[in-house]
Write a protein that binds this ligand. Structure first.
Ligand code: NAP
Length: 225
């Protein structure tokens, strides 16, 4: 019996990509992942020992025509999560926009190599669950979704939650202006995606608690505590 085909995840070592990989592995899929650094790929496989036999990495270069052709051969689903991401870009057009467009062109071209496959496009957002659901819901094809939890947040709220929930954080995280109301701002409406994909958006509090726990574990591991 032949093995099921791979799902391809580009940018798999990144924040969104790694979560997409984990969501696919959690559902039992085989994942082919791209990276420009095989060391990062090896580290991801090392830290997922129970699923390492279903996760393989393919080395790719910077975005350019044909860069995903080899990786996409024989796959039956593609999640494009690779993108140049930074807090600031010296030349945003040159360093972020043009490479991102090259990446999308390359992935669409790689996807159409497979004659019986239709590439499905989803707006890349922070919920790996929605990415994976989008592949398995044919009605999602050709549509765009905004995946966003309904709560607003601020850095002050991060500090408040962290200090409230973790004793160790009180000496490290500055109090700031505890309890300061959130400033007025726009918000994204992720309700349609929530309903369509059946997403239970995690609360901001839960998100911060989980992240801080993980940061703490990493810092303790690295300092040998
Ligand atoms: N994280 C979020 O909360 C969030 C929220 C909303 C939207 N997004 C969007 O989701 C996408 C991914 O974000 P992210 O946070 O996962 O970013 P990230 O952590 O920086 O990961 C992006 C990955 O893309 C690859 N990459 C970067 N530049 C590349 C290039 N020039 N050529 C080929 N590969 C390249 C890198 O992988 P290698 O170094 O291994 O090749 C990197 O790990 C972006 O479009 C971002 O705007 C993210």
């Amino acid at each position: 019996m032949s093995l099921p085909r791979f799902k391809l995840v580009t940018g798999a070592t990144g924040c969104v990509g790694a979560h997409v990989v984990d969501e696919l592995l959690r559902r039992g899929h085989r994942v082919r992942a791209t990276t420009r650094s095989i060391a990062k790929g090896e580290e991801m496989r090392r830290t997922r020992p129970t699923a390492a036999d279903r996760l393989e990495f393919v080395l790719v270069g910077n975005f350019a025509a044909g860069c995903f052709d080899e990786a996409a051969r024989g796959v039956d689903g593609i999640f494009h999560c690779a993108a140049p991401v930074a807090t600031t870009f010296e030349n945003p057009e040159q360093d972020a926009i043009i490479p991102a467009i090259e990446g999308v062109k390359a992935v669409l071209s790689a996807a159409t190599q497979e004659p019986d496959r239709t590439p499905i496009w989803v707006d890349v957002r922070d919920l790996a669950y929605a990415h994976v659901e989008a592949l398995f819901k044919p009605e999602a094809g050709g549509r765009r979704f905004l995946v966003s939890a309904p709560e607003k947040f601020s850095h002050q709220l991060v500090a408040d939650i962290t200090r409230r929930e973790f004793d160790w954080a009180r000496d490290i995280v500055r109090m700031g202006e505890e309890g300061k109301p959130l400033p007025p701002s726009f918000k994204y409406d992720g309700e349609t995606a929530g309903r369509f994909f059946g997403i239970e958006y995690r609360s901001f509090r839960e998100c911060i608690i989980d992240a801080m726990r993980q940061f703490r574990e990493i810092s303790q591991r690295e300092s040998g505590e």
